[in-house]
Structures are given as structure tokens and as C-alpha cells.
Design a protein around this ligand. Sequence first.
Ligand SMILES: NC(=O)C1=CN([C@@H]2O[C@H](COP(=O)(O)OP(=O)(O)OC[C@H]3O[C@@H](n4cnc5c(N)ncnc54)[C@H](OP(=O)(O)O)[C@@H]3O)[C@@H](O)[C@H]2O)C=CC1
Ligand SMILES: O=C(CO)COP(=O)(O)O
Length: 328
Amino acid sequence: MVKPIGIAGAGAWGTALANAAAIAGNDVILWMRSPQQAEDLGKTRTNERFLPGVRLHDRITPTADLNQLAACRAVLLVTPAQSTREMTAALARILPSETPLVLCAKGIERTTGSFLCDVVEEVRPGAPVAVLSGPSFAHDVARGLPTAVTLACRDAALAEDLAMALSGPTLRVYHRSDVRGVEIGGAAKNVLAIACGAVVGRGLGESAKAALIARGFAELLRFSRAYGGEAETLMGLSGLGDLVLTCSSAQSRNFSFGLHLGQGQSVEAASGGKLVEGATTASALVALAKAKNIDMPIAEAVEQILSGAWTLDQAVDALMNRPIKSEH
Ligand SMILES: NC(=O)C1=CN([C@@H]2O[C@H](COP(=O)(O)OP(=O)(O)OC[C@H]3O[C@@H](n4cnc5c(N)ncnc54)[C@H](OP(=O)(O)O)[C@@H]3O)[C@@H](O)[C@H]2O)C=CC1
Ligand SMILES: O=C(CO)COP(=O)(O)O
């Protein structure tokens, strides 16, 4: 008998992925930390808080008991980036060492500046780790709209196996072995999307927006190259694809956070209480860039705005008054 797919985290993305995995033909165990939420989800079969209006597939079993994930063939970790260490440690206590953990969060650990895969490898040495990333709004996936993402694992055969297991009629999962490139694409685009939202919110025009996406992508490529990601990866779904998506739609929490900043809201108010991964990752991204002398003026501008060092207008001035240089 084929073992179920485990999903740890029943927010918008975890719930959407659970449905996609079930539609792809898997039994799914969906874990959440709140016993009350698990009970409600079992009864109503709808995650009203995070994914309203979407019915949970019959093959999904919601639970608040982490031990239920022990017998899964792979576990997708779909909680916020900053909870990766704590969640991996909890999973390491119950999962067999050969069970792959698939990271679905997009970010860098703020307190250590570690990439999330490195965090997982530190906590679960020797166990297989993969990353799933790409342009995919939870609501689009949950509504069965056509979506494509990338799953990367250093073990190419395992990457292919997991991609096949999760792919279905409306979710197409490509596979790759460049874990670093795929995770950098997901983590860094969120910071750039905040900048893009701010440009739109401040009314700086479509030309400025396009310039920001192009120059932001140049930053992404430089950063990824310095940290061992392949340029080809960044030109794909987790990189260019996700940057374009996240910079084009107020459905993105990062873009919409930037949009609110651009419209004059405070950093504290602009998130509206939603998870904004780019805001927690910005300082770690910029510190990693500085450590390797990588020029990332847009990411730095975001960090300066978030820390209160610059106003938005000061950030725009700083970006426009940089010395004229060759484009690369
Ligand atoms: N939404 C999307 O379209 C996409 C999101 N992602 C990424 O997926 C990750 C999760 O995002 P998303 O599902 O949208 O976020 P949500 O805000 O919708 O949900 C977050 C979930 O994580 C749980 N959670 C929060 N903190 C902890 C913790 N410390 N330990 C355990 N569980 C915790 C929450 O549980 P509780 O309710 O108990 O607080 C909730 O179930 C992010 O990194 C995001 O970038 C990637 C692609 C698409
Ligand atoms: O990563 C995402 C889409 O690919 C979701 O973006 P937000 O976290 O900005 O909503």
C-alpha cells in the first residue's frame, strides 16, 4: 500500500497543497497545531480562516497529533520560514531518518542568516531534504487553476519521484537538483516584491515598476551566483516566474504590504496582520549580500525602510542617485 503524503501546517498554502496532493491521487495527513482547528476542519471540511470557500478533498485527514505524520512517505513543511528550526526539530523526533522533508516556506532564518535547507540539515543531519517553490498563489492552486512549480532535491531520483507524486491535472511539478537556487529564488523575491508594491502604492508609474522588476532580477541572479545557485534555475519558475507573479498582484501579501507602505501606512500597520515573509527575511538577505560584497540596492532600500532608517522617498532618491554604471 502506498503511504500517505504528510503536510505540516494548515494555513493557506498547506491546505492548498493538501488538496493538490489528494487530487494527484495521494492519501494526505494534514497536521495543524490547534486541536480545535483540526476538529473543525474534520467536521466542516473547509478551512474558513485561511482558504475560505474551498472544500477539503475526501482523502485528507486533518489532525493536531504530529505523530500521525510518522508513517508518511514524505512530509511537506508548510509553516512560516522562521518556524522551520522548531518544526524540523519536532518532526525529527518522530520521522524515520529516511523520510524526505520538503520545505515549502520562502525565507531565510533571521536570527542566524541560514538558508532553510541548511537549518533542516543541521537539525536532521543526513536525512533527505527538498524544496518546493515557484509562482503559485494558494487560492489559484486551491481553485484548480493551472499552476507550475519546481521541486529541488540533491538526490535527482528522489526529486523526480516527489514531483511525480505531487503532480496532478492542474498542478505541474518540475524537478531539479539545484536546491540552493530554488530556495534563493523563493526567499529573495519576497523582499523585491515589497519594493515593487511600494513603487505602485506611491504612484511612481509602470516604467518604474518594470525597471524595478528587471533590476531586482539582476540582484537575485548576483546573489544566487555568489551563494552557489545556478543561473538557469533563477531564470525558471522559482526566480523569474515567482518574481513576476509576486510583483504583479495584490493577492501577494508581500506586494500588498509594500503597496500599503507606498500609500503611507506604517510598517506596523501595513501587513494587516498577515504573514509577510519578505519583511522578516530582508535583514538576513542584506547581511548575506554584504558578507560577499554583492550589490543589492533594492533589497537594501527595503531593509532601510523597514528598519525606519529611510522614508520611501529617501529610498527612491538613493536608488536614482547611484553612480551611472554599465548594466549587469
Ligand atoms: N499562500 C501562498 O500563496 C503561498 C505561500 N508560500 C509559503 O508558505 C509558507 C506558509 O504560508 P501560508 O500557508 O500562506 O501562511 P498562512 O499565514 O496562511 O498560514 C500559516 C500557518 O502556519 C502555522 N504556524 C504559524 N506559526 C507557526 C509555528 N511557530 N509553528 C507551527 N505552525 C505555525 C499557522 O498556524 P496557526 O493558525 O495555529 O497560527 C498556519 O497554519 C510561507 O513561507 C509562504 O511564503 C509559498 C507559496 C504560496
Ligand atoms: O509565494 C507566493 C506565490 O508564489 C505567495 O506570495 P505572498 O507570500 O506574497 O502572498
